[in-house]
Design a protein around this ligand. Structure first.
Ligand code: C2O
Ligand code: CU
Ligand code: CU
Length: 521
């Protein structure tokens, strides 16, 4: 598929694809460009502190030298409230960046101007079910959706992206993704680097054809093996650019990283091989800084780093490097023999390797100042499962060349008995990845909560080295479950009742149905 896909496929064909993917029964009739505006009028009075318009639309950008690239892009603007609540990244399909505070009430008017059904999900944010961007709320091309919610999450680096069933990967890949940065008083008290010393970078891999157009072979077009492993782009982009350069002061920086790739996993290192200092995970600041040899980021995961150039001499050049972990790719990295034989066949350009990419180059060129890394960053509860906690196992399964969870694939409104949750409960969920047929990692994501990682059981030797790169001590909404591993997480369903999703955030897997609902009542 080449972007924008409308060039190759009529809107009607897109719609048929969507209906097929979504299960025609579930959404038939739900797709005229309706909006939920009328419903909003009947809800009780909502007075927003911030009101934002967010438009998904096609665009043309200069990404590589030569021809411009057709992309899809979220254009955001503030209708009410502080002007810096929406920050655009000039010349990039990435973004915009929302900046809000805990406790603020936000209204977002979403306008779908791409030629596919779409809906926006606020990844990591805890919002009511009507506001969560469930695929059953997708609006047709030309449609609108009104979001109104209070920001309940603590400070952290959250994000937003489309979530229509069967088309999430296509739309994210086209360029639809932005950061949703939340701040609060606890975070301000930590006095971390701010302003130009607070840098956000979204990593994503992309493949371009000879005419500089994006190529995507996802759920529909990647062939049998592509559908099973995922889509691996040939180049790694940072904020939609081949690389980013920063003239840096000899001081401390806060760096927020999101892996916005559809399938690829990265190991983040410094070019000078000095250790990294991690200060935050998916759901905000860690309790205390952690020194790590590298940080591992699966799709949808975030990391916040403290990078201090104070001791570097003027003129030093230090890069952050994203090393692709080619579990499903030809290099195979440390997975080597486990799936080498199987993966060796039928691989198209969907799984070409990407080279390690120095994605952010800092040239220390200005005087700085000494800023002390706070020894304590935030209050986090200890990770303990109370006695008698309800336990559930969600096994990653493979049947008829499709990934599933406990042997099931997505049903638009379907909830199985073991997916019914009591409101207010704290539970332990175990994601087990023990399929012998095809061993690969799966980034498992749960909506409506931020969870804690209790334990990882059975990490295979050879992969246990990766553990030192995980940010398991923090609040998480997505956790990478390695092949052979069982990961237990602790979650509390105390915020909203309703129907929410849990799924693999390898977007090719998700689009092919590795996603389920759970219901909190
Ligand atoms: Cu970031 Cu359900 O997704
Ligand atoms: Cu989510
Ligand atoms: Cu998966």
């Amino acid at each position: 598929m080449i972007y924008p896909p409308v060039r190759r496929m009529s809107v009607d064909a897109q719609r048929r694809n969507f209906l097929r993917a979504a299960g025609a029964v579930a959404v038939a009739g739900a797709l005229p460009p309706w909006s939920n505006m009328a419903a909003a009028a009947t809800r009780e009075e909502f007075t927003p502190d911030v009101e934002i318009e967010l438009v998904a639309r096609p665009d043309e950008l200069q990404i590589l030298p030569g021809r411009t690239t057709g992309v899809w892009h979220y254009a955001g603007r503030v209708l009410k409230g502080p002007a810096d609540a929406v920050q655009t990244i000039a010349g990039s399909y990435a973004g915009p960046i929302f900046r809000l505070k805990t406790g603020q009430k936000v209204r977002i008017r979403f306008k779908n101007q791409i030629p596919q059904p779409s809906i926006v999900h606020w990844h990591g944010l805890i919002v009511p079910e009507q506001m969560d961007g469930h695929p059953r709320h997708a609006v047709a091309p030309g449609g609108e959706y009104l979001y109104e919610f209070e920001v309940r999450n603590r400070a952290g680096t959250y994000w937003f992206h489309p979530h229509p069933h069967g088309l999430t990967g296509t739309q994210v890949y086209g360029g639809l993704a932005g950061l949703f940065i939340v701040s609060d008083d606890e975070e301000s008290a930590a006095q971390l680097p701010s302003g130009e010393r607070d840098i956000s970078i979204v990593l994503a891999d992309r493949t371009f054809d000879a005419a500089n157009q994006l190529v995507y072979e996802g759920a529909m077009g990647g062939g049998m093996m592509g559908g099973m492993t995922g889509f691996f782009g040939e180049r790694i982009l940072a904020n939609g650019r081949p690389s980013l350069s920063f003239p840096a002061a000899a001081g401390a920086y806060r760096l927020r990283l999101l892996n916005g790739s559809n399938s690829r996993i990265y190991r983040i290192v410094r070019s000078d091989r000095k250790p990294l200092v991690a200060i935050g995970a998916d759901g905000g600041l860690l309790a205390a800084p952690e020194t790590k040899p590298f940080v591992v980021l699966g799709p949808a995961e975030r990391a916040e780093l403290w990078i201090d150039f104070h001791d570097e001499s003027a003129g030093s050049r230090i890069a952050l490097v994203a090393e692709p972990l080619d579990f499903g790719g030809p290099g195979m990295g440390m997975m080597g023999g486990m799936m080498g034989g199987m993966m060796g066949q039928g691989r198209g350009r969907a799984t070409q390797p990407a080279a390690p990419q120095p994605f952010a180059l800092f040239t220390v060129s200005r005087n700085g100042d000494r800023q002390v890394l706070p020894p304590r960053l935030s209050e986090l509860a200890p990770i303990i499962a109370p006695q008698g906690t309800q336990r559930r196992e969600f096994a990653i399964t493979l049947g008829r060349m499709r990934w599933g969870i406990n042997g099931r694939t997505f049903e638009m409104n379907g909830v199985a008995p073991d997916e019914e949750i009591r409101f207010g409960e704290t539970e332990v969920w175990e994601f087990s990845n023990r399929t012998s047929m095809m061993a690969m990692p799966h980034p498992m994501h749960v909506h409506a909560v931020q969870f804690r990682v209790l334990e990882r059981i059975g990490t295979p030797s050879g992969l246990d080295g990766l553990r030192s790169g995980f940010l398991d001590s923090g609040l998480k909404d997505t956790v990478l479950v390695l092949p052979g591993e069982r990961v237990r997480v602790l979650l509390s369903f105390k915020d909203y009742r309703g129907l929410f999703l849990y799924h693999c955030h390898n977007l090719v897997h998700e689009d092919m149905g590795m996603m389920r609902n759970f219901r909190v009542t």
